[in-house]
Design a protein. Structure first.
Length: 371
């Protein structure tokens, strides 16, 4: 029986991240396959975020580097792990078992502001982690190319495996209580994610403001996400554009409500300047929502034929795409069908199971490869 160890620090109560969803789906798949799985966390890691029957070991340390490089390798040795999966670009440099990294993107290098010394240090560290790892999982071909080019990694070492979309993401009725709780109104355009600059939420607000007044009067723009530091500038922009009355900031959507919120939207929009994968778009497609994405980063690759792909840098293109979907019921229905078909490619059996196949191979366990 394979003994899988995994970094579960992203599993925090009341927080939802793409990395956290990735970890949960891999742990679910490992438990279903009968593996002995140990999740390592810190004081913030919530046991209720972990599938039943999977133990959580909290490692208490003075800081993250201590956790990464001292406490974690000791725990791996003590627990006789066969293989360790990191959901990040980093891992113990002296691990007592093979290590597989997951690199979702390289935004942490040179992200919001150019800081040459910091970026050089991060690049050097990322190259060292990548060199020490036995294998690397990239969410998309877009990310794989970046990893190979920027970190100097042998392409054969990097496996492209999309993020698994949980079975809960399927067409789901939205309760009237949830509709009222998040102030959604009868018809709404939805965005789910953080408000970092590369997400282009300000561009979405400007596109919204350029729509005909009658369309805005009949719909709300719902910007869902917990990002307290970056929300006020967006609220100020909505006010300056004169659209504050039709823009809603509901904060975090509870996990139990999210499939219904996706399912009931008139359109879902992910207008990012760049993405390593774009999980919210795939979740929305799985729920049958008409989806619009930008033509940047991994989004055209991931969404494929399941979404309207738009050049968000072209003047008026995003607003025109939103208007077409809002005004054309047949287009919405066709996008919904295409999106569900595309989302099926990211079912756990095709994604998380392939991660397990890779982990078994790295651990030296005979494996029948999942197609």
């Amino acid at each position: 029986m394979t003994r899988l160890a995994i970094d579960g620090r992203e599993l925090v109560a009341g927080a939802r991240t793409g990395i956290g969803r990735y970890v949960r789906e891999v742990v679910r798949a490992a438990a279903a396959r009968g593996w002995r799985c140990i999740v390592y966390g810190d004081t913030r890691t919530a046991s209720r975020e972990i599938p039943a029957g999977v133990p959580l070991t909290r490692l208490t340390t003075p800081g993250r580097r201590w956790w990464d490089q001292l406490a974690l390798p000791r725990a791996l040795a003590r627990d006789h792990a066969d293989v360790f999966l990191s959901p990040y670009y980093k891992a113990p440099l002296a691990a007592p078992c093979p290590v597989v990294l997951t690199i979702h993107d390289l935004y942490f290098i040179g992200y919001e502001a150019r800081r040459p010394l910091r970026d050089a240090a991060l690049t050097a560290a990322a190259r060292l982690y990548a060199r020490r790892a036995r294998a690397i999982v990239a969410d998309s071909e877009h990310t794989r190319r970046a990893v190979v080019a920027r970190l100097g990694v042998d392409p054969a070492k990097v496996a492209v495996i999309g993020v698994a979309v949980g079975a809960e993401f399927a067409p789901t009725p939205l309760s009237s209580a949830a509709r009222a709780r998040y102030d959604l109104g009868p018809r709404y355009v939805l965005y789910v994610g953080n408000f970092m600059p590369h997400k282009n939420v300000d561009g979405l607000l400007r596109a919204w403001a350029s729509l005909p007044a009658a369309l805005r009067a009949a719909h709300r723009l719902v910007l869902a996400g917990v990002d307290a530091a970056r929300r006020p500038p967006l609220e100020a922009l909505a006010g300056a554009l004169g659209v504050a009355s039709s823009v809603v900031f509901p904060g975090r959507i509870d996990d139990a409500d999210l499939p219904g919120v996706y399912s009931a939207c008139t359109a879902f929009v992910l207008p990012s300047h760049d993405e390593g994968f774009g999980l919210p778009a795939v979740e929305a497609m799985a729920c049958g929502a008409p989806v619009i994405v930008s033509d940047r980063g991994a989004l055209p690759e991931v969404a494929g034929p399941g979404a309207d792909v738009v050049d968000t840098h072209a003047e008026g293109a995003l607003a025109a795409a939103i208007a077409r979907v809002l005004l054309d019921r047949e287009r919405r229905e066709a996008l919904g069908r295409r999106g569900r078909a595309r989302a099926a490619d990211f079912a756990p059996a095709r994604t998380a199971a392939r991660v397990l196949d890779l982990l078994e191979s790295v651990a030296g366990v005979p494996v029948a490869v999942t197609p």
